[in-house]
Design a protein around this ligand. Structure first.
Ligand SMILES: Cc1cc2nc3c(=O)[nH]c(=O)nc-3n(C[C@H](O)[C@H](O)[C@H](O)COP(=O)(O)OP(=O)(O)OC[C@H]3O[C@@H](n4cnc5c(N)ncnc54)[C@H](O)[C@@H]3O)c2cc1C
Length: 560
């Protein structure tokens, strides 16, 4: 039995404490103690940082990894993830794979590919990806022979044939595990190795790789706060350790920023995400993602790249915030029979069945961000998932094996006791009462009316009785009535892994200035500097972190 109150408070506090106050760091660092000279200094120990460190160490480099979270509580987004990564068949046509992947990196990729005008940097990187990704499982098993993977037939082949007219390539997304893989619904956080699954398993495998390499020193509880500038180049990083000491780490070959995304940095979110700055994005990732690497890069003159689309995961939008960012819980139930999505006025606006696991995930944020000029508002932000008690009895609501629920940052039970108690999910004996509760919710501003919600449900249920959805042509197999009290509503938003905006980099993952010149000695990998900014098959994010993390390790060692 979880004890939500205590757990939530404790985690919230612990996480808030480990967030760096970068602004405070702008004082003199002159007195920093010398923590040593390394070949490579890597900032952040998620998938990208671990892959870079291991690869560099395997090529003989001496590596320091600075990780701001304390070891005992270390939980990067990589660990909270579903642990799906791509590992195409080894005998795949690498040239074709490269073409497909290139076409998915930017939104006009297919068009530019046909015209032969793709950015050479993207072509170089997709070439690296096509050669390296097929070795991923083998590489992970070289770190820990006990590592296993599971696979799901729906993740096997490339899915973007509407933008891609080539062969249906075997992308093969693997799910990290150590024992028999069960599902994404159950967290295995902190369980013995044989029981680890998903992000927890991938994290354990990478940690094992790090642990076995004597030439990698990991400094936990050590927040990189400043880059050391030398003779026209970045020559190291300065950090603050858990005891408040300033340490300086010298890097002979380069500093790699691998500090994850910026979702818990309100200013960067406002600047880099679409929508008004207070658009209620939800996030289920690690609160350590405060955009530090982006700020460090900016301090060295780096440029920023924006996104062209988001990978949309649906999330319950909670009222709790960390660093001004609303927490989210990743949902597993959107589009399932017996639920609908309505806007803030109680109207449906989309066929919910198209939002099940399909390409549509990528475009939904456009729908959600529809702006209404007459009211100067976003009527669909957030939206509301409406369902009834029969739905609750047969449908798992959240994927507890990934995101904020994994390490109990958010306590959530699938029968919604905690969620209802805390007002994250609204429950009511009648539709009219539900509408009144939505109306009183701070995200609705009194916009919904009982009449509108009742009409929507009446119309929907009438269609269900005839196995049709005249308004949106929803897949009849997903039609089931919403008629058994109690009725429920939860504010629905999007959880964004954020692999879409960040530092501007060149082919060899060197950080670039706004005008495209390399910042000497500075590299980046992972979410802090995404390559893929458009769409990807399942596992694309982790795959990118692993592939380009390894690549930057080779680059530093002069082997690429
Ligand atoms: C719920 C969820 C599920 C996901 N599932 C998948 C999936 O199945 N497949 C997939 O491909 N993608 C998935 N993603 C996305 C994927 O997890 C991320 O893209 C990936 O983990 C990012 O890895 P990273 O190494 O870039 O950063 P992270 O894993 O976030 O690691 C960054 C590290 O840097 C540290 N750090 C930050 N700032 C500093 C600093 N100043 N000094 C020192 N250290 C610092 C942080 O503490 C952290 O440990 C998911 C994302 C979420 C939120």
């Amino acid at each position: 039995m979880i004890q939500p109150e205590g757990l939530f408070r404790r985690n919230f506090l612990a996480l808030s404490l480990c967030l760096p106050a970068l602004a405070e760091s702008r004082d003199a660092f002159g007195g920093a103690a010398d923590a040593g000279t390394y070949d490579a200094v890597i900032v952040g120990l998620g998938a990208a940082g671990a892959a870079a460190a291991i690869e560099a160490a395997d090529r003989g480099l001496k590596v320091a990894v600075l990780e701001k979270q304390p070891q005992a509580a270390h939980c990067p987004t990589t660990r909270l993830s579903s642990g799906i990564y791509q590992c195409p068949d080894k005998n795949i046509d690498a040239e074709l794979l490269q073409k497909y992947v290139t076409a998915t990196y930017v939104n006009n990729g297919r068009y530019l590919l046909d015209k032969g005008e793709l950015d050479p940097v993207l072509t170089e990187l997709s070439g690296v990806w096509a050669k390296t990704a097929p070795q991923t499982t083998e590489w992970l098993q070289s770190l820990d022979p006990d590592f296993r993977y599971a696979s799901d037939s729906s993740y096997t082949v490339s899915r973007f044939l509407n933008i891609w007219t080539g062969t249906r390539l075997k992308i093969r997304s693997h799910i990290a595990t150590y024992g028999k893989w069960i599902d994404f619904l159950h967290p295995t956080f902190g369980l013995p190795k044989a029981k680890k699954m998903n992000g927890e398993a991938l994290y354990a495998c990478l940690q094992e790789g790090i642990r076995k390499r004597r030439n990698i020193d990991v400094y936990y509880g050590c927040t990189a706060r400043k880059l050391i500038a030398g003779d026209g180049a970045v020559e190291g990083a300065e950090a603050l350790d858990a005891a408040g000491r300033r340490l300086s780490f010298r890097a002979k070959k380069g500093v790699v920023l691998a500090s994850g995304n910026f979702v818990f940095n309100e200013a960067l979110r406002s600047a880099l995400l679409p929508g008004s700055c207070d658009f209620p994005w939800a996030t289920a990732g690690s609160p350590s993602n405060t955009g530090d690497g982006i700020l460090l890069g900016l301090s060295a003159g780096a440029g920023i790249i924006g996104t062209s689309v988001y990978f949309d995961r649906f999330a319950a939008l909670l009222t709790e915030k960390i660093n001004g960012t609303r927490l989210g819980v990743v949902l597993d139930c959107v589009g399932k029979p017996g639920s609908i999505i309505v806007d803030n006025y109680g109207r449906r606006y989309i066929s919910e069945s198209t939002l099940e696991d399909s390409e549509q995930h990528f475009g939904f944020f456009h729908e959600m961000l529809t702006f209404d000029m007459s009211t100067l508002s976003f009527p669909r932000a957030p939206s509301w998932l409406i369902f009834d008690h029969s739905f609750l009895l047969k449908t798992p609501i959240a994927t507890l094996g990934e995101g904020s629920t994994v390490n109990a940052t958010v306590p959530w039970d699938q029968n919604l006791t905690v969620a209802v108690e805390r007002g994250w999910v609204l429950a009511a004996a009648s539709v009219a009462e539900l509408a009144a509760k939505i109306s009183a919710h701070p995200d609705n501003h009194g916009r919904i009316s009982a009449k509108a919600l009742q009409e929507t449900l009446l119309e929907f249920n009438k269609g269900v009785a005839q196995a049709s959805d005249p308004l949106f042509d929803r897949n009849p197999e997903t039609l089931a009535p919403i008629s058994t009290a109690p009725f429920y509503a939860l504010p629905l938003s999007i959880d964004i892994p954020h692999m879409a905006a960040g530092l501007k980099t060149a082919g060899k993952r060197r950080v670039l200035t706004w005008d495209g010149k390399p910042v000497k000695g500075l590299y980046a990998a992972g979410e802090v500097a995404p390559v893929s900014r458009f769409i990807h098959d399942k596992g694309g994010h982790l795959s990118e972190c692993l592939v380009f993390g390894r690549y930057v390790g080779r680059v530093l060692a002069g082997a690429a």
